[in-house]
Design a protein around this ligand. Sequence first.
Ligand code: ZN
Ligand code: ZN
Ligand code: ZN
Ligand code: ZN
Length: 252
Amino acid sequence: MTEPVHVYAGECTTTYRADADPQRQRGRVVVVHKPDGTVLVHDAAGYQPVAWLTRANAVHRERGPEGGFGLVAVKDGERLRVESHGDADHACHDATPAGVPVGHCPDCTGRLVRARGSVTCLGCPAEYGLPRDAAVLDSTCDCGLPRMAVERGARFELCVDRDCEGLDASVRERFDREWSCPDCGGDLRVLRERSLFLGCENYPDCGTSVGLPDREVVGTCECGLPLVAPESGDATADADARCLDGCHRAAR
Ligand SMILES: [Zn+2]
Ligand SMILES: [Zn+2]
Ligand SMILES: [Zn+2]
Ligand SMILES: [Zn+2]
């Protein structure tokens, strides 16, 4: 998915104002205005902007009198103003998120990259949101998209497109009614609110629920809940499996 990034260049006065006195600077600079409202003013040296406002609430652009420009970015108590003197250059470029390449888009053959929690195509608007802990694999789904691996009580390998292969349906098929409620003996269903969890089938009479682990289930506890492998790097765990509820009853 592309979004416009505006780039300006010219001799400018930059005024940054927060609580204190305004800081005013003048020089030949390059100004980058990103679609999320971030404005960066760069001079000739270093990686750091000489002035900036990240994710401004609003950015107003004006055309200056002699073909120049004026830019005002506002965020809560902060205000950044950039005004050109005389002629200035302006260009608008299409930009995408940049990330690790993970394959090619089956729709447009463009490059797919993993960036900010999604797999995004650089050539078309296709975007596939990933679970936070998903690992994108080298293998390819029949539909042409890359596959990913997610741990939810077991390792699930799925297409990155949830309309092609859904994580919820796969986890439900595997684990729905697999364990029983420690409080009333009812079946635990695989449910989702923001994330997947196990909830008692007798809700609302019984409100028992536990999160589905992001690790492998290795057995069933005496209380009815799954036992999970100890977290890697947890030296105190004695490599013993633990009840999801931490109930310390013996394994069955
Ligand atoms: Zn594409
Ligand atoms: Zn697929
Ligand atoms: Zn219950
Ligand atoms: Zn238990």
